[in-house]
Design a binder for this molecule. Structure first.
Ligand code: PMP
Length: 390
């Protein structure tokens, strides 16, 4: 069932140096704390070298797990060490959850749209995805309820509901608390787990931070995934899963056959990076940088996009979502955009039912501001050409 990721294939096209690419989901390289990491790496190797270079527990290095547990509890969650496992980033979390829960032909509920890497992970274990349409608050609760009722009448119970509630990849939408509660209520009524995949949660520029679905549930029905990829560096491949004890137990068993443990050295370096206070200081800088980049992109959109094109204005994260007038196909536009030396990702690839032909995902974290403005001009030109208005 495995398919080559459409995004990876398209990204190859967009790597030509003359292309301004809004396609990838890459953090800004200028946010990487290279000097601090040199210092901390030496410290860890000097002070704790043999342990740092050794295998470690599948659950993860205890001091890092404890630190994450403490930070969550300060935020209002009520978890213990036994509820949190370190992963080789969130993608592994998604893959292992699929490995544990999905038997071929099982149904999984996801948003229209949803993160492609999640869909691919579930697909590769034989899941059949059922997409639920979005409104401006994310997954629509009324459609979810209708769908689950229909499935129940057919004797079908989906394995879980996959959600990305904060600054969603790809739509940039954040679920407000009332919608989170509606989804929890429905999940309870139909006795279905919720996967809360939240890599962008900490990257909030403005507005009110939302409680996690995990906290609002408080009942063990939610599995929360986090990662350092967007708030530290993706190259370390460190993330985590928070869940009830039985799920953690299965998760650890599944992880053992995958990689035995997440690299110990990386875990120890991240731990020290947080402990020394660098993490919190640098996160503020990342938020500031991306905030400016988002504002710059939105301004360029307002200045250059033709009438009829709409976009989301995310309060955080790395992406916004652009909708072309009904009937326009972003796939035709993609070719024109490449000719104009600008790239994006087709929104269609995030829709498990093949819809979203007139949508596209735009990343604003990677490109420097001047290039972003130029890229938006090129994109607007390609759109106008495709609309036949220039
Ligand atoms: N989930 C979502 C919603 C994502 O956008 C991404 C990365 N773009 C991931 C998971 C995977 O992130 P990582 O494996 O780097 O933690």
């Amino acid at each position: 069932n495995m398919k080559k990721s459409a995004i990876r294939e398209l990204l190859k096209l967009t790597q030509r140096p003359e292309i301004i690419s809004f396609a990838g989901g890459l953090p800004a390289p200028e946010s990487f704390p290279i000097e601090q990491l040199k210092e901390i790496s030496c410290e860890v190797l000097d002070q704790d070298g043999p342990a740092a270079l050794q295998y470690s527990a599948t659950e993860g290095v205890t001091e890092l797990r404890q630190l994450l547990v403490d930070r969550y509890n300060e935020e209002g969650l009520n978890i213990e060490l036994k509820n949190l496992v370190i992963t080789t980033s969130s993608q592994q979390g998604l893959d292992l959850l699929a490995k544990i829960f999905i038997n071929r032909g099982d149904k999984v509920i996801c948003g229209l749209p949803s993160y492609l890497g999640g869909l691919s992970a579930f697909n590769s274990y034989g899941a059949e995805m059922i997409g639920i349409k979005f409104d401006e608050h994310g997954m629509r609760a009324d459609i979810l309820e209708e769908k689950l009722a229909k499935l129940k009448s057919e004797g079908i119970k989906p394995k879980f509901i996959y959600t990305i509630p904060d600054f969603q990849n790809p739509a940039g939408i954040t679920m407000p608390e009332f919608r989170r509660k509606e989804i929890i209520e429905i999940a309870r009524k139909y006795d279905i787990l919720i996967i809360e995949d939240s890599p962008y949660r900490e990257v909030r520029f403005e507005g009110q931070a939302q409680k996690t679905i995990f906290e609002l549930d408080g009942n063990g029905q939610v599995i929360l995934l986090g990662t350092f990829s967007k708030i530290f560096v993706p190259g370390f491949r460190i993330g985590w899963v928070v869940a009830n004890e039985q799920i953690v137990d299965k998760f650890v068993t599944a992880k053992q056959t995958t990689d035995l443990c997440t690299p110990t050295l990386n875990q120890k370096i991240v731990h020290k990076y947080i402990e020394k206070g660098y993490f919190d200081i640098n996160l503020k800088k990342i938020i500031q940088q991306y905030h400016e980049k988002r504002d710059n992109m939105l301004q360029a959109f307002r200045d250059h996009m033709p009438a009829g094109v709409e976009w989301t204005e995310p309060e955080g994260g790395l992406f916004l979502f652009l909708t072309l007038p009904e009937g326009m196909d972003a796939e035709n536009l993609f070719q024109k955009a490449i000719e104009n030396n600008v790239a994006f990702v087709l929104g269609k690839v995030f829709h498990c039912d093949g819809s979203g032909e007139n949508t596209m995902r735009i990343n604003f974290s990677f490109m420097p501001k001047e290039k972003t403005t130029e890229g938006v001009k090129r994109l607007a030109k390609a759109i106008r050409e495709e609309m036949g208005i220039e």
